[in-house]
Design a protein around this ligand. Structure first.
Ligand SMILES: [Zn+2]
Length: 267
């Protein structure tokens, strides 16, 4: 994730080139012929939505479709240029995705459609098949939903492992309590900020988290004899309580923990 300050401090060569507009959801630098970045705000006033072909629909700005910001947005499609998609996840915090491509311009509906990678960009003109739909769906998860989920979960837990408090962001993941396949949603109450080792241990059933937020290590692992990683990294955390997010709404959902706990304790 990046902050507004970082996006504003960007420079190209010796020239300062802000990657985000001060107040608008689109960045059209004076010296460029086309749009550089667009901002997608899930709760914003503009109606951007994912289409069933796996494209992202981005609404024109108010006013003349050939004027102002809209002209440069539509120029991106004509020129075949890439642009940056910024997803706002909190005030002044964004998850960037780039490059993305404008593949269709609909002046009647007043929107453009955006492909999230090169493959979809070239597939966009042809009739979608079951395979391309599936690909698009996977891509949307991978490039849009997962990075946002990770950023939101890490932010809620103040960038620390909920079990061992490790604060090395490169070593942190957003773990799902209930997986995608089990119907788990990419939302913070279905997430836990865990370091790589605790994430893997949680996913492999080496440790579990009770609905009252207490960590338990699997019995056979608890009595195993091995080196310091097993001892300090795994066995020692038995009985610890999760370090929870400050905001109550961000805390793990007890019903989800309960469901997951039942899988862990299943003989
Ligand atoms: Zn950890």
């Amino acid at each position: 994730m990046v902050t507004r300050a970082q996006l504003e401090a960007f420079s190209y060569g010796s020239e300062r080139l802000k990657l985000i507009d001060q107040s608008r959801g689109i960045r059209n630098p004076r010296q460029l012929a086309a749009t550089l970045s667009i901002l997608s705000q899930p709760e914003g006033p503009y109606d951007d939505a994912e289409t069933e072909d796996g494209l992202l629909r981005y609404a024109y700005r108010d006013g003349d479709p050939d004027g102002g910001d809209n002209r440069k947005l539509r120029r991106v499609a004509e020129l075949g240029l890439p642009l940056v998609l910024l997803q706002g996840i909190a005030p002044g915090v964004f998850v960037p995705t780039f490059p993305v491509y404008v593949v269709a311009d609909n002046p009647v509906g007043r929107f453009v459609e955006i492909a999230l990678d090169e493959n979809l960009r070239f597939l966009a003109g042809s009739a979608p098949t079951a395979d391309t739909r599936e690909y698009a769906e996977r891509l949307t998860k991978l490039r849009l939903h997962q990075p946002v989920f990770r950023a939101r979960v890490l932010m809620a837990y103040e960038r620390a492992c909920a079990i061992c408090r490790l604060r090395h962001v490169d070593l942190l993941d957003a773990a799902h309590i209930l997986s995608d396949a089990e119907g788990g949603q990419p939302v913070v109450p279905n997430g836990l900020s865990l370091c790589k080792i605790h994430h893997a241990a949680y996913d492999r059933g080496i440790l579990g988290v009770r609905p009252d937020f207490v960590v338990e290590v699997r019995r056979d692992v608890l009595v195993e004899v091995d080196g310091p990683m097993l001892k300090h990294g795994i066995q020692d955390v038995h009985g610890w309580t999760l370090e929870l997010p400050r905001r109550v709404v961000d805390r793990p959902d007890r019903d989800l923990l309960e469901q997951r706990w039942r899988t862990f304790t299943r003989p």
